[in-house]
Ligand binder design. Structure first.
Ligand SMILES: *Cc1c(COP(=O)(O)O)cnc(C)c1O
Length: 373
């Protein structure tokens, strides 16, 4: 049986260090907003190349609070439009509507599943105030092009980096391109805690200060509240756990990149569309993708999933229903987004855990190649 993702075996790599870190927190007697959090914030900011990282309770809060901070700073107002790709995970859209901003759901680029600069430009109206590029599946959006558009139209850029820790273009990492970025450390992400956790990265001092207050009841000084804030703190235990795992994130990402290269080179089946054609891209040196997910497309997706499952290969669909077709977003259900619909009908994520063995990778490749359509 090849599990889609075996979190226990991933975390077993660090078992003793994780236990030591937890013991250190228990023994410290300090469990919220202490040394582990401030150390992790310093280390994660250094990893991303940004001036600040601000720990919060989860990835959704990272996005919600950043947009909220821009409202507090007068940079966004209720009713402003935010452009985001329609095929994202619902969290990206929830962050926008939670702030009474208006999501403008656009079709993605069919090759990358990410924002397409031409489609973004076409969606800009006088009410557009921000772009929210989601680096979906682990691949950085075309940030140089998106920043050029944002500069030309005076728009804020909030990266959703929940799936793309460590992805880079020209040596510059996810989280260091936009005005701010939201990260999730949900256990299954490329850098995962053992519970919920998230962070915002930015180079903007004023935004960082505002976020530090918002996550902690709107308070910068104890018992003095300057905003109607929330409780969204990254606790000491999760911060200590993340500090154990952060130093090997680059290695874990490299493992994923190796497996993706083997899949791209090995899977040859006319019924299966790969994320990249290995013959046209230097897949072994492609650093813009950290392969949180390896997503293929197949017209007979459900029979492919059934066939792989019978062979003991577990796959997942990310995601079966796009946000605008969810009951929660009934007001957007009439949007015509045919590419997004096709994507959701045809995508399938193959296992790409960094713990997969060579034998398991070969087995997945062989199974895909023998699928009869
Ligand atoms: C996981 C994820 C989030 C939300 O992260 P949580 O920590 O679960 O709140 C946001 N956006 C995307 C694209 C995600 O994959």
């Amino acid at each position: 049986m090849i599990n889609f993702l075996d979190l226990k075996s991933i975390n077993d790599q660090y078992q003793q260090d994780l236990k030591d870190a937890c013991a250190r927190v228990i023994d410290s007697g300090w469990y919220i907003m202490g040394n582990e959090l401030s150390q992790f914030e310093t280390e994660f900011a250094a990893y991303c190349g940004t001036k600040h990282a601000i720990g919060v309770a989860n990835g959704l809060d990272a996005l919600i609070l950043t947009l909220r901070a821009w409202k507090e700073l007068g940079k966004l107002q209720v009713g402003d439009e935010v452009i985001v790709q329609a095929n994202t995970y619902i969290a990206s859209v929830l962050a926008i509507t939670e702030n009474d901003l208006v999501p403008v759901l656009v079709e993605p680029n069919p090759g990358s599943y990410n924002l397409d600069p031409e489609i973004v430009v076409a969606a800009i109206t006088p009410k557009t105030k921000a772009i929210l590029p989601v680096h979906l599946y682990g691949q950085l959006s075309p940030m140089p092009e998106i920043l050029a558009i944002a500069n030309a139209h005076n728009l804020l850029v909030l990266e959703d980096c929940a799936q793309a820790h460590g992805a880079e273009i020209n040596g510059k990492r996810a989280g260091n391109w936009g005005d701010a970025a939201g990260f999730s450390f949900y256990p299954g992400k490329n850098l995962g805690a053992l519970g919920d956790a998230g962070a915002i990265t930015t180079n903007d001092d004023e935004l960082a200060e505002t976020l530090k207050a918002l996550r902690n009841y709107g308070s910068q000084k104890k018992y003095e509240n300057i905003y109607k804030g929330v409780n969204s703190r990254l606790d000491e235990m999760q911060a200590a756990i993340l500090r154990v795992k952060l130093p090997s994130l680059s290695y874990q990402n490299a493992r994923r990149q190796d497996i993706a290269a083997l899949y791209c080179e090995g899977i040859k089946n006319k019924h299966i569309t790969l994320p990249f054609d290995a013959s046209t891209l230097d897949i072994r040196n492609y650093k813009s993708h950290v392969w949180h997910l390896f997503v293929i497309r197949c017209v007979n997706r459900d029979s492919l999933q059934q066939y792989l499952s019978e062979l003991g290969i577990q796959t997942v669909i990310h995601y079966p229903i796009p946000p605008h077709k969810q009951v929660a977003y009934a007001e957007y259900s009439s949007l015509q987004l045919s590419l997004t619909s096709d994507i959701h009908d045809e995508i399938l994520s193959l296992p790409i855990s960094p713990m997969l063995t060579g034998q398991q990778i070969d087995f997945v490749i062989k199974a895909c190649n023998e699928f009869k359509g």
